[in-house]
Design a protein around this ligand. Structure first.
Ligand SMILES: Nc1nc2c(c(=O)[nH]1)N[C@H]1C(S)=C(S)[C@@H](COP(=O)(O)O)O[C@H]1N2
Ligand SMILES: [Mo]
Length: 201
C-alpha cells in the first residue's frame, strides 16, 4: 500500500521571491558591475544633462539645476539579461516625467546617450508614466561611479541594459534606432517577464 503523501512543496526560498523572479532569472548576492568599457569620471562642474528632440535642445541642466528638480525614492526589483536579479533595490532619482515637463517634446522613441559612447533605445511609453528615473543615489548614498554615477537611467521593468549608466543625453525621435546592445542582436524592448532577450524572442 503506498500512502499518498504530498511531496515537493518545501522550498529553499520564500515562494514570494520565486514569484518575483522573471523566467530564467536567479537571485544574486551583492551588486555585480557590468560595463562594456571603462568607468568615465566627469567632474560635476563639467557635467550636464541634455534633453532634446533631434537637434532641438529642449533642456540642458547643470548638476545644481538637475539636483533642484524633485527626486523620488524608488524601490524596485532589477533584472540583468545575463540572468541575475536583485529584489527591493532602493534608489533616488528624478522621473523622466519631471524632466519632460514643459519641454514640449512629443515623440514615440528615445535613445539614451552616455559618457563613453554607450547608447540604448526605448519606447517613450516605457520611460513615462512613473516607470523610469534619472537615478543619482543608490542605497541612500550618491550613486557610485561603477554603477553609473553621477546619474544613470533606471528602467526597472525592463532588462538592466536599458538602464544606461553615466547618461548625459536623452534624444527623442520619431524612429526607433537600435542602441549598443540592440544593434548586436539584443531585443528592442527587453521585457524580462516576456523573456525578450534577443531580437527574435
Ligand atoms: N553606459 C553604460 N550603461 C550600461 C552598461 C554599459 O556598459 N555602459 N551596461 C548595461 C548592462 S548590460 C547592465 S546589466 C547594467 C549593469 O548595471 P550595474 O553595473 O550597475 O550592475 O548597466 C547597463 N548600463
Ligand atoms: Mo546586462
Amino acid at each position: 500500500m503506498s500512502p499518498s503523501v504530498s511531496r515537493g512543496f518545501s522550498r529553499s526560498r520564500p515562494a514570494t521571491d520565486d514569484a518575483r523572479l522573471p523566467p530564467g532569472q536567479h537571485l544574486v548576492e551583492g551588486f555585480p558591475v557590468l560595463s562594456a568599457g571603462p568607468t568615465p569620471h566627469v567632474p560635476l562642474d563639467q557635467w550636464n544633462l541634455t534633453v532634446r528632440a533631434g537637434n532641438d535642445t529642449a533642456r540642458r541642466l547643470t548638476w545644481p539645476e538637475f539636483r533642484e528638480l524633485p527626486s523620488e525614492t524608488i524601490t524596485a526589483d532589477i533584472h540583468c539579461v545575463t540572468s541575475w536579479s536583485k529584489l527591493d533595490t532602493v534608489w533616488e532619482g528624478v522621473s523622466v516625467d519631471t524632466l519632460l515637463e514643459g519641454s514640449g517634446i512629443d515623440k514615440p522613441y528615445v535613445i539614451a546617450v552616455c559618457d563613453g559612447g554607450y547608447t540604448t533605445n526605448l519606447d517613450v511609453a516605457d520611460v513615462t508614466g512613473g516607470r523610469a528615473w534619472l537615478a543619482h543615489a543608490y542605497g541612500g548614498e550618491p550613486l557610485a561611479p561603477e554603477h553609473g554615477g553621477p546619474v544613470r537611467l533606471l528602467v526597472p521593468h525592463l532588462y538592466l541594459w536599458k538602464s544606461a549608466k553615466w547618461v548625459r543625453e536623452l534624444v527623442f525621435a520619431d524612429e526607433n534606432t537600435p542602441g549598443f546592445w540592440e544593434s548586436l542582436g539584443y531585443h528592442a524592448r527587453g521585457d524580462p517577464w516576456r523573456e525578450q532577450r534577443y531580437s527574435d524572442d
